[in-house]
Design a binder for this molecule. Structure first.
Ligand SMILES: Cc1cc2nc3c(=O)[nH]c(=O)nc-3n(C[C@H](O)[C@H](O)[C@H](O)COP(=O)(O)OP(=O)(O)OC[C@H]3O[C@@H](n4cnc5c(N)ncnc54)[C@H](O)[C@@H]3O)c2cc1C
Length: 390
């Protein structure tokens, strides 16, 4: 019936207002001060965890809320819409999926309930390497089996939240690259207990970046990890990684939608209030048209994110939609970041208005977790059948 909300829509509205309520305790000032110190939003992550939101995707039997990527996306979007930044904790939502789909029952019983109740954090995902970049199948960090242990040597870069997580899901090579038939073979996923590893074969070095993002470089020097920590089968790690990427793209796209909405509201409000030449700047079509066009793009990107999330939750293929969602949402958030900065004029550069902070934060999504070029390349080759370029 027109005008009547479905039970799902009502639940989603309740979820949004609950997140807004939680975020009220973490206003702009909170994020601004952390940004200045490049400090981790510990109190925010604690609040989100204790309210159960970090367990959104964990099944009920392991103590989670058993909801879908649609609901996880709503949570992340609303955090960003409120001016916050969920990058401090979003990874747990999609890393956990690898454990859920490919981990043994013993792994799930051991870790998932404790991740759900917040006593254990699985926030770090170790994939990127300094010398191989986007060419993930060529990664070099090597795990060699020795009895009931793997001995790990190598280096990772841009591994976020490693200093604030108890566990890390690590993608390593278990068969040398010159001994595999296909480039995608020979990689494995291993759970590393960071509490035991740091100082015993693993060194973590923080990297200071243009925004407040707890990212690090990792150095492995004969780190020993029990073979029992292998997730799934040896050699299938790249396939497991691909499985988790759609969820990652949809969730990051949701954050971009939240950022875009924040920029849109701030730019519109400022354009109504700021009076120059005796009238609000928003009366000038040169100011209002970019905002109006970006609003249309934002709503279109939102539809693509919702479509990708619902396909994912129905268990249907969604590679094309997840990639397009990430592309469109990251583009609109970056476009609106520029529009908001332009609308604010000089004040946009002042830290106290938060536009410059959000501007720096949302810029990341043109590059990570996958860069725009690589999404375009995926769409060109795998969806449109154009010739392979690399
Ligand atoms: C703040 C931050 C946090 C991150 N967190 C994590 C994390 O927690 N875990 C993790 O594993 N990684 C993480 N990353 C790494 C991130 O996933 C990579 O930076 C990203 O995948 C791009 O890889 P790269 O930086 O090596 O760029 P490169 O692969 O070196 O690419 C550089 C540029 O060249 C372009 N390019 C490369 N090859 C092609 C091609 N064939 N065609 C067209 N263009 C091409 C790319 O689009 C890019 O713009 C993070 C990165 C940052 C900056």
């Amino acid at each position: 019936m027109p005008g009547t909300n479905s039970p799902d829509q009502e639940m989603h509205e309740q979820l949004k207002s609950a997140i807004r309520e939680l975020c009220r305790d973490f206003p702009d000032r909170y994020w601004r001060e952390l940004d200045e110190k490049r400090a981790y939003p510990e109190a925010f992550v604690q609040a989100l965890t204790h309210a159960g939101y970090m367990a959104t995707l964990i099944p009920k039997e392991y103590g989670g809320a058993d909801l879908g990527v649609t609901e996880a996306g709503i949570i992340l979007e609303e955090i960003h819409h409120c001016g916050g930044n969920a990058a401090a904790c979003h990874a747990q939502m999609y890393i956990m999926g690898t454990l859920l789909r490919h981990g043994s029952e013993a792994h799930k019983r051991e870790y998932l309930p404790r991740i759900a109740d917040g006593s254990l954090r699985l926030q770090a995902f170790g994939v990127s390497e300094p010398n191989t970049g986007s060419d993930t199948t060529q990664l070099k960090t090597m795990a060699v089996r020795s009895g009931d242990r793997y001995v790990i040597n190598g280096q990772k870069i841009w591994i976020s939240r490693a200093e604030h997580s108890d566990l890390m899901l690590l993608l390593v090579r278990t068969t040398p690259a010159d001994q595999v038939k296909k480039r995608t073979e020979g990689l494995s996923t291993i759970l590393v207990d960071l509490r035991q590893a740091v100082g015993h074969g693993l060194k973590i070095r923080p990297i200071r970046t243009m925004m407040n993002h707890a990212t690090t470089e990792l150095f492995f020097d004969n780190l020993e990890v029990p073979v029992a920590n292998l997730v799934g089968e040896e050699g299938l790690g790249f396939r497991y990684l691909l499985d988790s990427l759609n969820a990652e793209r949809i969730l990051i796209a949701s954050e971009c939608i939240g950022d875009a909405h924040w920029f849109l509201e701030r730019a519109s409000n400022y354009a109504k209030e700021r009076v120059v030449f005796g009238r609000p700047i928003g009366k000038n079509q040169g100011v209002q048209f970019p905002i109006a066009r970006a609003y249309a793009n934002l709503e279109a990107a939102r539809l693509m994110v919702a479509r990708a999330a619902s396909l994912f939750d129905e268990g249907k293929p969604c590679g094309a939609e997840a990639n397009m969602a990430k592309l469109l949402a990251a583009d609109v958030s970056w476009d609106l970041a520029n529009i908001a900065l332009q609308t604010y004029g000089g004040f946009g550069f002042a830290e106290e208005y938060d536009v410059e902070r959000k501007f720096r934060e949302t810029r990341l999504y043109q590059v990570a977790p996958i860069s725009t070029n690589l999404i375009l390349s995926y769409l060109a080759e795998h969806v449109l059948g154009l010739p392979r370029s690399y």
